[in-house]
Design a protein around this ligand. Structure first.
Ligand code: ZN
Length: 261
Protein backbone atom coordinates (compact mmCIF):
# COMPACT_ATOMS: atom_id res chain seq x y z
CA UNK A 1 0.00 0.00 0.00
CA UNK A 2 1.37 3.36 -0.91
CA UNK A 3 0.84 6.67 0.69
CA UNK A 4 -1.95 8.65 -0.87
CA UNK A 5 -0.27 10.57 -3.63
CA UNK A 6 -3.31 12.42 -4.91
CA UNK A 7 -1.49 15.74 -4.54
CA UNK A 8 1.18 14.53 -6.91
CA UNK A 9 0.40 15.99 -10.36
CA UNK A 10 1.74 12.84 -12.02
CA UNK A 11 -0.97 10.76 -10.48
CA UNK A 12 -4.54 10.96 -11.63
CA UNK A 13 -7.14 9.31 -9.47
CA UNK A 14 -8.89 6.49 -11.20
CA UNK A 15 -12.54 6.88 -10.50
CA UNK A 16 -13.33 6.94 -14.22
CA UNK A 17 -15.91 4.47 -15.38
CA UNK A 18 -16.53 2.80 -18.68
CA UNK A 19 -20.16 3.64 -19.50
CA UNK A 20 -20.57 0.45 -21.56
CA UNK A 21 -19.30 -2.16 -19.13
CA UNK A 22 -19.50 -0.30 -15.87
CA UNK A 23 -15.88 -1.36 -15.28
CA UNK A 24 -13.50 1.08 -13.87
CA UNK A 25 -10.97 2.15 -16.39
CA UNK A 26 -7.78 4.15 -16.18
CA UNK A 27 -8.19 7.77 -17.19
CA UNK A 28 -6.87 8.75 -20.60
CA UNK A 29 -4.31 11.17 -19.22
CA UNK A 30 -1.78 8.72 -17.90
CA UNK A 31 1.54 9.75 -16.47
CA UNK A 32 2.63 11.85 -19.37
CA UNK A 33 4.63 14.28 -17.35
CA UNK A 34 7.78 12.80 -15.97
CA UNK A 35 9.79 10.07 -17.60
CA UNK A 36 7.62 9.38 -20.62
CA UNK A 37 10.38 10.28 -23.07
CA UNK A 38 13.03 8.31 -21.26
CA UNK A 39 14.36 5.21 -22.96
CA UNK A 40 13.37 2.23 -20.83
CA UNK A 41 14.73 -1.29 -20.55
CA UNK A 42 12.26 -3.91 -21.78
CA UNK A 43 13.31 -6.30 -19.03
CA UNK A 44 12.91 -4.16 -15.92
CA UNK A 45 11.08 -1.08 -17.24
CA UNK A 46 13.64 1.20 -15.63
CA UNK A 47 15.46 3.90 -17.58
CA UNK A 48 18.28 2.12 -19.46
CA UNK A 49 20.83 4.45 -17.86
CA UNK A 50 20.71 2.32 -14.69
CA UNK A 51 19.02 -0.92 -15.66
CA UNK A 52 18.07 -3.29 -12.83
CA UNK A 53 18.21 -6.59 -14.74
CA UNK A 54 21.75 -7.51 -13.67
CA UNK A 55 20.68 -7.54 -10.02
CA UNK A 56 17.67 -9.81 -10.32
CA UNK A 57 18.00 -12.77 -7.94
CA UNK A 58 15.40 -15.40 -7.13
CA UNK A 59 14.78 -16.64 -3.60
CA UNK A 60 12.61 -19.25 -1.87
CA UNK A 61 10.02 -18.69 0.82
CA UNK A 62 7.44 -20.75 2.66
CA UNK A 63 4.92 -17.92 2.68
CA UNK A 64 3.58 -16.60 -0.61
CA UNK A 65 2.47 -13.18 -1.72
CA UNK A 66 -0.61 -12.47 -3.80
CA UNK A 67 -1.02 -8.88 -4.90
CA UNK A 68 -4.42 -7.35 -5.39
CA UNK A 69 -3.45 -4.45 -7.59
CA UNK A 70 -5.42 -1.36 -8.44
CA UNK A 71 -5.58 -0.99 -12.26
CA UNK A 72 -3.71 2.31 -12.13
CA UNK A 73 -0.71 0.79 -10.37
CA UNK A 74 0.15 -1.45 -13.33
CA UNK A 75 1.00 1.58 -15.43
CA UNK A 76 3.36 3.17 -12.98
CA UNK A 77 7.02 2.36 -13.49
CA UNK A 78 7.61 3.38 -9.87
CA UNK A 79 5.37 0.53 -8.66
CA UNK A 80 7.29 -1.72 -6.26
CA UNK A 81 4.80 -4.61 -6.15
CA UNK A 82 6.35 -6.10 -9.27
CA UNK A 83 9.72 -6.42 -7.50
CA UNK A 84 8.19 -9.13 -5.30
CA UNK A 85 7.40 -11.34 -8.30
CA UNK A 86 10.94 -10.89 -9.65
CA UNK A 87 12.37 -12.38 -6.45
CA UNK A 88 9.61 -14.86 -5.53
CA UNK A 89 8.39 -16.53 -8.70
CA UNK A 90 5.30 -18.03 -7.03
CA UNK A 91 3.89 -14.53 -6.49
CA UNK A 92 0.50 -13.94 -8.10
CA UNK A 93 -0.81 -10.60 -9.29
CA UNK A 94 -4.54 -9.97 -9.61
CA UNK A 95 -5.99 -6.77 -10.98
CA UNK A 96 -8.81 -5.42 -8.90
CA UNK A 97 -12.07 -4.45 -10.59
CA UNK A 98 -14.93 -3.67 -8.27
CA UNK A 99 -17.61 -5.34 -10.36
CA UNK A 100 -15.52 -8.17 -11.79
CA UNK A 101 -13.53 -10.14 -9.22
CA UNK A 102 -10.73 -12.25 -10.68
CA UNK A 103 -11.98 -15.84 -11.14
CA UNK A 104 -8.53 -17.34 -10.47
CA UNK A 105 -8.30 -15.46 -7.20
CA UNK A 106 -11.76 -16.65 -6.11
CA UNK A 107 -10.78 -20.26 -6.87
CA UNK A 108 -7.51 -19.93 -4.97
CA UNK A 109 -9.31 -18.51 -1.93
CA UNK A 110 -11.31 -21.76 -1.80
CA UNK A 111 -8.22 -23.97 -2.22
CA UNK A 112 -7.56 -25.67 1.15
CA UNK A 113 -3.80 -25.85 0.49
CA UNK A 114 -3.57 -22.14 1.17
CA UNK A 115 -4.12 -20.08 4.30
CA UNK A 116 -4.71 -16.55 3.00
CA UNK A 117 -4.42 -13.46 5.15
CA UNK A 118 -5.43 -10.01 3.98
CA UNK A 119 -2.84 -7.48 5.06
CA UNK A 120 -4.56 -4.40 6.40
CA UNK A 121 -4.38 -2.04 9.41
CA UNK A 122 -6.62 -2.87 12.35
CA UNK A 123 -7.64 0.73 12.96
CA UNK A 124 -11.40 0.32 12.44
CA UNK A 125 -13.71 -1.37 14.95
CA UNK A 126 -16.08 -3.19 12.59
CA UNK A 127 -13.77 -6.09 11.71
CA UNK A 128 -11.96 -6.48 15.02
CA UNK A 129 -13.02 -10.14 15.35
CA UNK A 130 -11.12 -10.98 12.15
CA UNK A 131 -7.80 -9.50 13.25
CA UNK A 132 -5.02 -12.02 13.84
CA UNK A 133 -1.29 -11.90 14.56
CA UNK A 134 1.78 -13.72 13.20
CA UNK A 135 0.97 -16.69 15.44
CA UNK A 136 -1.90 -17.49 13.05
CA UNK A 137 0.65 -17.73 10.24
CA UNK A 138 2.69 -20.18 12.33
CA UNK A 139 -0.43 -22.25 13.04
CA UNK A 140 -1.17 -22.46 9.31
CA UNK A 141 2.34 -23.83 8.70
CA UNK A 142 1.87 -26.45 11.43
CA UNK A 143 -1.29 -27.54 9.61
CA UNK A 144 0.85 -27.97 6.46
CA UNK A 145 -0.91 -25.12 4.76
CA UNK A 146 0.88 -22.43 2.76
CA UNK A 147 0.46 -19.00 4.34
CA UNK A 148 -0.44 -16.34 1.80
CA UNK A 149 -0.12 -12.61 2.34
CA UNK A 150 -2.69 -10.79 0.23
CA UNK A 151 -1.27 -7.30 -0.15
CA UNK A 152 -3.42 -4.57 -1.62
CA UNK A 153 -1.28 -2.64 -4.08
CA UNK A 154 -2.46 0.93 -4.51
CA UNK A 155 -2.53 4.25 -2.72
CA UNK A 156 -3.96 4.19 0.80
CA UNK A 157 -7.22 5.59 -0.48
CA UNK A 158 -7.45 2.94 -3.19
CA UNK A 159 -6.49 0.25 -0.67
CA UNK A 160 -9.28 1.24 1.70
CA UNK A 161 -11.75 1.12 -1.15
CA UNK A 162 -10.54 -2.29 -2.29
CA UNK A 163 -10.71 -3.63 1.27
CA UNK A 164 -14.25 -2.33 1.73
CA UNK A 165 -15.67 -3.20 -1.68
CA UNK A 166 -14.45 -6.77 -2.13
CA UNK A 167 -16.96 -9.16 -0.47
CA UNK A 168 -14.64 -12.16 -1.03
CA UNK A 169 -12.13 -10.57 1.35
CA UNK A 170 -14.74 -10.29 4.11
CA UNK A 171 -14.29 -13.86 5.32
CA UNK A 172 -10.49 -13.74 5.48
CA UNK A 173 -8.46 -13.09 8.61
CA UNK A 174 -6.97 -9.59 8.71
CA UNK A 175 -3.26 -9.44 9.48
CA UNK A 176 -2.02 -5.94 10.31
CA UNK A 177 1.68 -5.37 9.73
CA UNK A 178 3.31 -4.25 12.96
CA UNK A 179 6.76 -2.82 12.39
CA UNK A 180 9.04 0.01 13.40
CA UNK A 181 10.45 0.20 9.91
CA UNK A 182 10.51 3.62 8.31
CA UNK A 183 10.14 3.78 4.57
CA UNK A 184 13.25 4.00 2.42
CA UNK A 185 11.23 4.45 -0.76
CA UNK A 186 12.56 7.48 -2.62
CA UNK A 187 10.41 7.65 -5.73
CA UNK A 188 7.19 9.00 -4.27
CA UNK A 189 6.74 11.40 -1.43
CA UNK A 190 5.31 9.62 1.62
CA UNK A 191 2.63 11.25 3.76
CA UNK A 192 4.39 9.66 6.70
CA UNK A 193 7.68 7.81 7.19
CA UNK A 194 5.63 4.96 8.67
CA UNK A 195 3.82 4.41 5.36
CA UNK A 196 5.69 1.61 3.67
CA UNK A 197 5.54 0.90 -0.04
CA UNK A 198 4.29 -2.47 -1.26
CA UNK A 199 7.69 -4.17 -1.53
CA UNK A 200 8.59 -3.00 1.97
CA UNK A 201 5.35 -4.42 3.35
CA UNK A 202 6.24 -7.79 1.81
CA UNK A 203 9.81 -7.62 3.13
CA UNK A 204 8.67 -7.08 6.71
CA UNK A 205 5.97 -9.76 6.52
CA UNK A 206 8.44 -12.32 5.15
CA UNK A 207 10.98 -11.41 7.82
CA UNK A 208 8.43 -11.78 10.62
CA UNK A 209 7.15 -15.06 9.17
CA UNK A 210 10.65 -16.58 9.28
CA UNK A 211 11.45 -16.29 5.57
CA UNK A 212 14.51 -14.20 6.36
CA UNK A 213 16.51 -15.21 3.29
CA UNK A 214 13.74 -14.14 0.92
CA UNK A 215 13.28 -10.95 2.95
CA UNK A 216 16.98 -10.07 2.65
CA UNK A 217 17.11 -10.64 -1.09
CA UNK A 218 13.96 -8.62 -1.65
CA UNK A 219 15.24 -5.84 0.60
CA UNK A 220 18.50 -5.64 -1.37
CA UNK A 221 16.65 -5.78 -4.68
CA UNK A 222 14.32 -3.02 -3.49
CA UNK A 223 17.35 -0.89 -2.53
CA UNK A 224 18.93 -1.48 -5.92
CA UNK A 225 15.65 -0.48 -7.59
CA UNK A 226 15.37 2.65 -5.46
CA UNK A 227 18.93 3.80 -6.09
CA UNK A 228 18.92 2.93 -9.79
CA UNK A 229 15.66 4.73 -10.44
CA UNK A 230 16.45 7.79 -8.32
CA UNK A 231 19.84 8.20 -10.01
CA UNK A 232 18.30 7.97 -13.47
CA UNK A 233 15.92 10.78 -12.59
CA UNK A 234 18.91 13.08 -12.19
CA UNK A 235 20.60 11.56 -15.28
CA UNK A 236 23.32 10.16 -13.10
CA UNK A 237 24.91 6.84 -14.03
CA UNK A 238 25.79 4.67 -11.05
CA UNK A 239 29.51 3.85 -11.34
CA UNK A 240 30.11 2.66 -7.81
CA UNK A 241 27.93 -0.31 -6.85
CA UNK A 242 26.03 0.02 -3.57
CA UNK A 243 26.45 -2.64 -0.84
CA UNK A 244 23.00 -4.07 -1.70
CA UNK A 245 23.98 -4.35 -5.37
CA UNK A 246 27.22 -6.10 -4.47
CA UNK A 247 25.38 -8.60 -2.26
CA UNK A 248 22.93 -9.40 -5.06
CA UNK A 249 25.74 -9.95 -7.57
CA UNK A 250 27.63 -12.25 -5.21
CA UNK A 251 24.44 -14.26 -4.62
CA UNK A 252 24.02 -14.63 -8.36
CA UNK A 253 27.56 -15.96 -8.68
CA UNK A 254 26.85 -18.45 -5.89
CA UNK A 255 23.65 -19.56 -7.60
CA UNK A 256 25.43 -20.02 -10.92
CA UNK A 257 28.24 -22.01 -9.30
CA UNK A 258 25.89 -24.34 -7.46
CA UNK A 259 23.87 -25.01 -10.62
CA UNK A 260 27.04 -25.82 -12.56
CA UNK A 261 28.22 -28.35 -9.98
ZN1 ZN B 1 16.64 -3.89 -17.30
Amino acid sequence: MYEDVSLDPRVVDGEGRDPAGGYERPPRREFKARGSFVERCEGCNLPTLNCLCAFRVEAQSRARVWLLTHPLEHHKPTNTGRLIGDVLSATRVFTWYRTAPDADLLALLDDPRYAPFVIFPDDQPDYVERVVGMSAVERAKLQARIPVFIIIDGTWRQARRIFRKSPYLDRLPVLPLRTQRQTRYRLRKPASQAHLCTAEVAIELLRQAGDSDAAEVLDDYFDAFNDSYASSRTYHKIEQLTPAMRRLLSRQRRDTTSTAE
